[in-house]
Design a binder for this molecule. Sequence first.
Ligand code: ADP
Length: 489
Amino acid sequence: MKFIMALDQGTTSSRAIIFDQNGKIVSVAQKELTQIYPNPGWVEHNADEIYTTQAVVAHEALISAKLPAASIAAIGITNQRETTVIWDRATGKPIHNAIVWQCRRTASCCDKLREEGFEPIIKSKTGLKLDAYFSATKVNWLLENIPGAKEKAEKGELLFGTIDTWLIWKLTKGKTHVTDHTNASRTMLYNIHTCEWDSEILAKLWIPKCILPTVVESCGHVADTDIFGGSIPIAGIAGDQQAALFGQACFGPGQAKNTYGTGCFMLMNTGTQPVESRHGLITTMAASYCGQTQYALEGSVFIGGAVIQWLRDELGMISTAAESEKIAKSVTDNNGVYLVPAFVGLGAPHWDAYARGTISGLTRGAGKAHIVRAALESMAYQTLEIVEAMAADAHTPLDALQVDGGASANNFLMQFQADVLGVKTVRPVVTETTALGAAYLAGLAVGYWQSTGDIIANRAVEQEFTPQMDAGTRALLISGWKKAVARAL
Ligand code: ADP
């Protein structure tokens, strides 16, 4: 019996999950990661801690499943995207903490590039918005601010990587310096049309090409690691959201998944052609396999499940996130109440950093249950706005929305989502879709699974929610939401 191990290196923890041939979980191990906040708005991780926690949980997952390295057919890696590490090629020592995707330290660098008229160039070449989230300006910051880094980089003495690259370099003891298409496409240095590191952007940010990893397919045997007491192929790589898209078996154009976590991340496969967004979305690369590049449109909601945490921790209206379901169902409608959780501005498709949260439509008859219900509904409405933007950009109607993430457990939310979209929502049995996607990529590469057909056959649906709301009610509710958003902007 052989198995596949996924290493899931996330923002708050490192996890390892071992899957069997049916895509079922055999064992899981997890370790929290220290969050470092050196200045307001700055976020760092210790890159050595990222690697050690990841290696430790992989060992623990093997031990708890009582499996030797020889029973692992391949390892797949999925990771927090955009987070940036630069290290010394000779010593393997990072020159600084990793700069995490959330870190805003390079916002002014982005403003400067914008003033210089560089934004359209970035958008057309990389598919991204010019923003501090992506790796490019973080690399520039490290080279500019760490003494001697620029000179060493120019001499080829330093290496850059996103977390996938860093882990593979460590797992192979410095032998392999690679990344995959999905991670490369989040650096804001990669031309997603020509599939090359972009010389014009590199020159603009003073980044020498020699520090960049080789870009490989997401599905492919790239190296072997022997740190687990036997040689195991590393054969799958994908950034977390793209891995989830793959794990949800969204292989064809128009297929989409939405992850309801702290924020919501929605990705729609657009096939082998990139679609440029005119409606505030990002164009990105989906996992590549069998010589095929694949693209996706991505929209993110900053406050998704976090609004439920806010009800619990700040307002004390609920004692657990799960309780929100029962309370929302205790009333028949929202009674005109809308909650727009623009706590940190609004993301796609509005991109308004100055928007702030509102609760509107309050009357004497409004109660706690209406506010709880409005909070859950806000996740569905924000998702609806992204689906509308995707439909307008890609001209492909959605026929179902695959869901995952913590808040997808909420049946009220899933039904309401189906109702406002007019499209069914589909919740799988295995909601660990990120790790599963990485496992599938690795397993396909080594012939553990033969084709995407095997993955589709493995997919088990836990529950489907079909739209039940009449068109009139739906239109009325959506127009109420749009008015509420207009007040928050
Ligand atoms: P992340 O990966 O971003 O940490 P998770 O996928 O673990 O997030 O989901 C956690 C989020 O989901 C929290 O913000 C929490 O409030 C929300 N959540 C969890 N369970 C429920 C539920 N039953 N109903 C509504 N929200 C929930």
